[in-house]
Design a protein around this ligand. Structure first.
Ligand code: LMR
Length: 398
């Protein structure tokens, strides 16, 4: 039966974890996967999460099946966070939100629904994009192409190219956009540029799918979510996937959501019914624990405040590490203008290192990053920084 099965390639991001775990060298550093580690290199258990879990343990509940679309209080909390609790769009019941298995699950539910809705549409992702975007939408049956994004020469965004690609796209094309903290480049559009993107999406009749996996890691929760308000102001129907993996440090709980903005309450009910079919035929209904924790934190004022403080702490530490990385590289003799590292937002720095240089970082120095040149600044700390700097300095000098 399996004689003709070929060996699949390792996942470009999660496959690095496997390699990293198998590496026996002391002092190895994992800057591959997008995970935040604290100043001691430890994966944090946020205090707000620990407190919510303690309260849940004090009053343990049996666990029946959840509704197909998840915990109602969780879906409501997601909507409040993404669209604004008092927003007109929520009052008008124009958003269908379902709990999903992480942000990836939200993307997949949306992709499967879109494929049924418009089987001939193409999907456009940014060049470059999160490695899994192409695979996920291709596996949902779409032809996936790219729109220009990164401009190596200016260490920024090829905005004219991006806009031209959107303006030339066929009606109904699905455009995957990174709401904030672009993965992998770290370069985000300005509000004025977003305005033009929104106008192009509207003018061409495109379908925007906003991937918001890093809300709170750029400038702040509201600031990072501001693009949603711009899409709402243009009165567009669009998709938003949410992830709490990073912002709650709940990676293994797979807590995410998909929200679909519709034209009316009646449409919302119908869209929700279709999303539920996608979920039911894939995994039936979602798991309980992580989403209950997030719902409790977001809807309990003291815990929510604590969460916002802890998220701000992660954001600030990442910024400090960006500055520390640049300073240390300059001290180690780097000649280049490295100011781009501190202009980038979120967990990643698109270093500009080649695949060959990234492979050398791994093989010679035990420093793991993605072959695209992406390194996870959120995994740097003052203990591993010297080794990372020594390694990068060596590969850029040779
Ligand atoms: C990443 O880009 O490293 C994260 O989003 C984790 C993942 O699932 O790839």
């Amino acid at each position: 039966l399996f004689a003709a099965v070929e060996m699949a390639p390792r996942d470009p991001i999660l496959g690095l974890n496997e390699q990293f775990n198998a590496d026996t060298r002391p002092g190895k550093v994992n800057l591959g996967v997008g995970v935040y580690y604290d100043e001691n290199g430890k994966l944090p258990l946020l205090k707000c999460v620990a407190r919510a879990e303690a309260a849940m343990q004090a009053d343990p509940k049996a666990r029946g099946y959840l509704p197909i679309d998840g915990i109602a209080a969780y879906d409501k909390a997601v909507q409040g966070l993404v669209f604004g609790a008092d927003s007109a769009i929520l009052a008008a019941k124009r958003v269908a939100t379902v709990q999903a298995i992480g942000g990836t699950g939200g993307l997949k539910i949306g992709a499967d629904f879109l494929k049924r809705l418009n089987p001939t549409a193409k999907v456009l992702i940014s060049d470059p994009s999160w490695e899994n975007h192409r695979a996920l939408f291709s596996n949902a049956g779409f032809t996936v192409e790219t729109y220009p994004y990164y401009d190596a020469a200016s260490r920024g965004i090829n905005f004219e190219g991006l806009l031209a690609a959107l303006s030339a796209a066929a009606v109904g094309t699905v455009v995957v956009l990174h709401a904030c903290c672009h993965n992998p480049t770290g370069y985000d559009l300005t509000p004025a540029q977003w305005e033009q993107v929104v106008a192009a999406v509207k003018a061409r009749g495109l379908v925007a799918f906003l991937d918001m996996a890093y809300q709170g890691f750029g400038e702040g929760i509201a600031e990072d979510g501001a693009v949603i308000q711009q899409f709402l102001a243009a009165d567009l129907d669009f998709f938003v996937s949410t992830s709490f993996s990073k912002s709650f440090s709940l990676y293994g709980e797979r807590v995410g959501a998909l929200s679909v903005v519709c034209a009316s309450a009646e449409e919302t009910t119908k869209v929700l019914s279709q999303l539920k079919i996608v979920i039911r035929t894939n995994y039936s209904n979602p798991p309980t624990h992580g989403a209950q924790v997030v719902a409790n934190v977001l809807s309990t004022p003291a815990l929510r405040q604590l969460w916002e403080e802890e998220l701000a702490g992660m954001r600030q530490r990442i910024r400090l590490m960006r500055t520390a990385l640049v300073e240390a590289l300059l001290k180690a003799g780097a000649q280049q203008d490295l100011s781009f590292v501190t202009r980038q937002k979120g967990m990643f720095s698109y270093s500009g290192l080649t695949a060959a240089q990234m492979q050398r970082l791994r093989s010679e120095f035990g420093v793991y990053g993605v072959d695209s040149g992406r390194i996870c600044v959120a995994a740097l700390n003052e203990h591993n920084l010297p080794r990372v700097v020594q390694a990068i300095a060596a590969v850029i000098h040779d």
